[in-house]
Design a protein around this ligand. Structure first.
Ligand code: GDG
Length: 486
């Protein structure tokens, strides 16, 4: 039973194809929450009896369109270096799909920004086209006894497409962003909404970060397709399907152990020289309107206005990581952030103090851990976030058992990190007050809160998250077989 091959499908592969100075194509590893988390799980597989040797394959787009003459070469190095199987696609098709339906329709709708949603038939068509193309490519390698684990909102039609081609294969789907309430979801044209639900229901197990998202999904399947469920289980065309909750964890010790590494120590020293005794607040996000960067800055500005005693004694380290530059809204928000940072620094800076240290760009891993580990406070205020791994990484990086997390109650992570100072990100006054509370929190209380949060993150780490998902998939398949033989 246990010796199965795992096929992972996600929009992007864990690397990007880039051209070097000589014009040769190279694969460059890329990192994000999904890649880091799944990589930890895949590493753990090599030490378990789950797969035969190294039997997993990661399928996805390699991040660039590859000419026919280079495809075979890319395929070979993808396989040998990353156990990956590229889904080749023209950049224009990917652009219409990714910048179109994925990030102008699904992303804003599922993050509760209905006024940002664009309803365009052409981009819906490109979404279908790309999902079908993924299906074709997966069918080149898929075997009936494989486990196929599909990730995220880019590929919601894929489970059903695969099911139609290979009815017996195990299919799991995990959604990394929120699933919205029915009142939001129903804003989609009815045939799109139904097709998306039916697409997802092609899986055996459909996973969400929080209980609420699972319930919203089940509510939508009831209202739009008429499917009743019992504790998340549904019978659909004589097939058992289960929707369930799996809050994604992090690789706790990767962060916790990295704090004392030489590379991090070097970065910490550099930072400490710049900070020279200031209290520090850290903020790290991809550039995205859902991350609530503007309200965060407004809250910080109000804190400075209300608390002159803190001028010259605290600084905000604001890291904004470029993302989805091809979507207009992201450009607009970048301009607004630049302006607000300029305004706040212009209004409050003195000759020897700036209230905000702003970096627009990606930071290497050890610098990230150094940032987490030198900062007295993490200020994380998304307007919506499926989970939010940064908040968990900050907690894991507090090896000294000091530090305070301020976290939006609209992030999935708030369900697990109840010892953080939880705030409503729309309430500037509350953000401002929480910053003061965090900066003045007694060390003993910081330690108590961190201990409880760290214990939870150690217990439900990312490998456990993935293992439980795959285990559930096995249970459901077994139950399905028992049901069929009755
Ligand atoms: C989606 C959902 C859900 C970020 N900047 C740098 C960097 N990162 C790494 C972080 C973290 C990851 O990227 C970001 O994860 P988040 O969870 O915070 O946010 P999204 O990118 O929006 O992820 C989210 C997640 O999927 C997983 O399901 O939690 O809700 O939106 O791991 O560390 N890493 C480095 N430099 C950076 O500048 N090295």
């Amino acid at each position: 039973m246990n010796h199965k091959r795992l096929i992972i499908a996600s929009n992007r592969l864990p690397f990007t194809v880039e051209e070097d100075d000589k014009g040769d194509l190279k694969l460059k590893a890329s990192a994000g929450g999904l890649v880091t988390g799944l990589s930890a799980y895949l590493d753990s597989l090599q030490h378990s009896s789950f797969t035969e040797g190294n039997e997993y394959v990661w399928l996805g787009w390699p991040g660039a369109s590859i000419s026919d003459e280079h495809k075979e070469h890319i395929k070979q190095i993808a396989e040998s270096q990353f156990n990956a199987y590229p889904v080749f696609m023209e950049e224009e098709t990917m652009d219409a799909f990714y910048h179109g339906f994925c990030n102008k329709t699904i992303w804003p709708l599922f993050h509760y920004f209905p006024t940002y949603v664009v309803y365009e038939k052409e981009s819906w068509e490109s979404y279908k086209e790309v999902n079908e193309h993924f299906c074709e490519t997966i069918m080149e390698i898929l075997r009936p006894d494989d486990i196929l684990w599909i990730h995220d909102y880019h590929l919601m039609l894929l489970p059903r497409l695969i099911r139609q081609r290979m009815s017996e294969v195990s299919i799991g789907f995990f959604l990394h962003i929120p699933f919205p309430s029915y009142e939001l979801f129903r804003l989609l044209p009815k045939n799109w909404a139904k097709e998306i639900l039916q697409g997802l229901l092609g899986a055996d197990v459909i996973g969400f970060h929080t209980h609420d998202y699972t319930q919203y999904f089940l509510r939508s399947t009831l209202r739009l397709l008429g499917y009743e469920n019992n504790m998340g289980k549904m019978f659909i065309d004589h097939r058992l399907v289960k929707a369930d909750t799996f809050p994604m964890g992090i690789d706790f010790y990767r962060f916790n152990n990295a704090v004392n590494s030489r590379e991090t120590q070097i970065e910490r020293e550099k930072l400490q020289n710049i900070l020279s005794g200031l209290k520090t607040i850290v903020s790290v996000d991809r550039l995205d309107y859902s991350k609530g960067l503007l309200n965060r800055l407004e809250g910080y500005k109000l804190f400075l206005a209300n608390n002159p005693q803190w001028h010259g004694k605290v600084t905000l380290l604001l890291v904004v990581v470029p993302s989805r530059i091809g979507v207009d809204r992201y450009q607009a928000i970048k301009t607004k952030i630049d302006q607000m940072v300029g305004n706040i620094n212009g209004a409050y800076s003195t000759l020897n103090w700036v209230p905000i240290n702003y970096k627009y760009g990606h930071v290497p891993f050890h610098q990230l851990v150094a940032l987490y580990s030198v900062s007295d406070v993490a200020l994380i205020t998304p307007l919506r976030d499926g989970m939010n791994l940064v908040s968990k990484e900050y907690v894991a990086s507090r090896k000294d058992m000091a530090g305070v997390l301020i976290l939006s109650e609209l992030a999935g992570a708030s369900k697990e990190l109840g010892e953080a100072i939880l705030i409503n990100p729309n309430d500037r006054e509350e953000i401002a007050a929480s910053i003061k509370e965090a900066l003045e929190m007694p060390v003993e209380e910081q330690q108590n809160r961190l201990e409880r949060m760290q214990q939870r993150l150690k217990n439900y780490h990312v490998v456990k998250w993935a293992s439980e998902f795959i285990q559930e998939l096995d249970y459901i398949k077994d139950e399905q077989r028992r049901f069929q033989t009755k």
